[in-house]
Design a protein around this ligand. Structure first.
Ligand SMILES: CC(C)(COP(=O)(O)OP(=O)(O)OC[C@H]1O[C@@H](n2cnc3c(N)ncnc32)[C@H](O)[C@@H]1OP(=O)(O)O)[C@@H](O)C(=O)NCCC(=O)NCCS
Length: 183
């Protein structure tokens, strides 16, 4: 499903529309953007339309576009949602590299987290970060994700093995830290 509009001070998460898909084609063709992602191949516009169709109908994924100053600059999602155990997997990318290092991911994760716990009623969010992706792990830890462990030699890319950090964030821990934000 497509997530609803969630507005923060700088960042807005909003539903992805077909006219945004050409940005995804460009971003997933940029090896600096995909360096730490599972997407090692580029996608065609047709594949992006098929993805939007799939995600719009999905009952186990909530996806948003990330917008700043009205510009579409990236995407984030809670995916692989297990409604019985109320947990989901989170992911994010800022495709427009002009916006890296300006706090966008941290704010987008905060909006996504609040929605996951307060609207979807999830109990836990889980994430994975490839070793060396300092900015992603730092943003996640600022939002409250704690270390579960490290999968060693978990991904093979660029002709070598990479470890992957696993983080999780429990609903109660997040609510305790953000009680003042809850109306
Ligand atoms: C990783 C990514 C999401 C970070 O987004 P961002 O908007 O640049 O992150 P933020 O600006 O919120 O920064 C988060 C923290 O990381 C730090 N940081 C940002 N870029 C950094 C870098 N290159 N090296 C070290 N630290 C960095 C920031 O200073 C900030 O910490 P601070 O508040 O203590 O100063 C973004 O670079 C991206 O989309 N990369 C490509 C896709 C990707 O890797 N996605 C994540 C997969 S797990």
């Amino acid at each position: 499903m497509l997530g609803p509009t969630l507005a923060g001070p700088t960042v807005t998460l909003a539903p992805i529309k077909p006219e945004h898909l050409e940005h995804y084609v460009d971003w997933f063709a940029d090896s600096l953007v995909t360096r730490f992602l599972n997407h090692v191949q580029a996608f065609t516009l047709q594949q992006e339309h098929e993805w939007l169709d799939r995600v719009s109908r999905s009952e186990t994924e909530v996806a948003w576009g990330i917008f700043v100053e009205g510009r579409h600059i990236g995407g984030t999602a809670v995916s692989q949602i297990d409604w019985r155990s109320r947990r989901g997997m989170t992911g994010i990318f800022i495709g427009d590299r002009n916006w890296w290092g300006r706090g966008v991911a941290t704010e987008a994760m905060t909006l996504r987290t609040r929605y996951a716990f307060e609207e979807l009623g999830l109990e836990k969010l889980i994430t994975q970060v490839v070793e060396g992706n300092v900015a992603s792990r730092r943003a996640l830890e600022k939002v409250g994700y704690a270390t579960v462990g490290v999968y060693r030699h978990h991904e093979f890319r660029q002709n070598r093995w990479w470890d992957v950090w696993i983080g999780e964030l429990l609903r109660d821990d997040w609510l305790a830290d953000h009680a003042s934000l809850t109306p």
